[in-house]
Design a protein around this ligand. Sequence first.
Ligand code: GRF
Length: 191
Amino acid sequence: MTALKMKIAVFASGSGSNFAAIAEACRLGELNAEIVLVITNKPDAYVVERARQANIRVVAFQSAAYKTKDTYEEAILAMLHEAGAEWLVLAGYMRLVGEPLLSAYPSRIVNIHPSLLPSFPGIDAIGQAVAHGVKVTGVTVHLVDEGMDTGMILAQRAVNVVDGDVDKTAEAIHAVEHDLYKETLNSLFSR
Ligand code: GRF
């Protein structure tokens, strides 16, 4: 008997290569999940185009349109409930998650970060690693809490810094991210 597919919402603000990898894994049956919604805070992000091409519902929420961060997240929450989302999968969502989402999805929000946390949290993790001169960096998948990239670590994989170059290293990191996210989500959803 096939287990029911996990209903997930992907949060993304950028190019959406992780979204695309997850969507493809769902399509191929490599991940027993269905993306019921894509949430973005950047209506012109390339992830919007990718979601449309994949025929997945995408909704843009701009925090400036709301009085507070709580009301912004409550609007998102209403949409998540309507779509039946069971897990929130952050893939380049460039905002800290607040109390409304955290309390509605306790230990059910996951993020991917392009470094071996706790090294290089926050923005431009690959640039930080290269500027620091480390030879090995990597990828971390972790649960989301109220901090900046501080939640419980679920999986990590090392990636060599390539020629001290941010772009080349980013390319190597993205390839690893796409595999590691799929594997980690698979083990989370089969618990
Ligand atoms: C990834 O490097 C991810 O680790 C970070 O944001 C980036 C998103 O890339 N949180 P993409 O939009 O999925 O291509």
